[in-house]
Design a protein around this ligand. Structure first.
Ligand SMILES: [Zn+2]
Length: 158
């Protein structure tokens, strides 16, 4: 592993379950997705962490197309794999839209629907999730609360 890769993985928090999401806890853009600066082909450029992770783990570098879908509906997730269980799946924009309708569920099953939420709310949600992970580590209940857009410090009715 190169030094740059170690720096990248130091900004990732993985849950206890191998099939769960891996959360990016570095910089977050205003659209709620992560952002990381990497050196690629001698040039420094800002890329999406999930695209970078996909490249690290599969060896495939995806340029702007095809898109890389989040099968788990989690913008911060970078759980890429060449296996069918990958949370990140390349697809055209059209497939992306269809995928959002015919969403296959991952077993971490939050049923999250972040899309349809405004851009500000989405980036706010991503930042709260990241800040929670950095402050308290992996606490399943608190993370689930934020993913469902509840305040983890307020008791819920269910
Ligand atoms: Zn995921």
């Amino acid at each position: 592993m190169r030094a740059a890769d170690g720096r990248f993985w130091s900004k990732v928090i993985k849950g206890p379950r191998p099939e769960g999401c891996w959360f990016w806890v570095g910089a977050i853009s205003d659209d709620g997705y992560g952002r990381v600066t990497v050196n690629r082909d001698g040039h420094t450029r800002a890329v999406r962490p999930h695209r970078y992770a996909y490249w690290l783990l599969t060896g495939v570098w995806l340029d702007d197309t095809p898109s890389l879908m989040h099968d788990c509906d989690e913008p911060l997730c970078i759980h890429a794999s060449a296996d069918p269980g990958s949370h990140l799946v390349p697809g055209s924009h059209r497939e992306n839209m269809l995928g959002r309708i015919k969403k296959r569920r991952h077993s971490n099953g939050t049923g999250l629907r972040y899309w349809g939420v405004g851009r500000v709310a989405q980036s706010d949600r991503s930042r709260r999730l990241r800040d929670e992970l950095l402050a308290n580590g992996w606490n399943q209940e608190r993370i689930a609360a934020i993913r469902f857009n509840h305040d983890p410090d307020t008791p819920t009715l269910f």
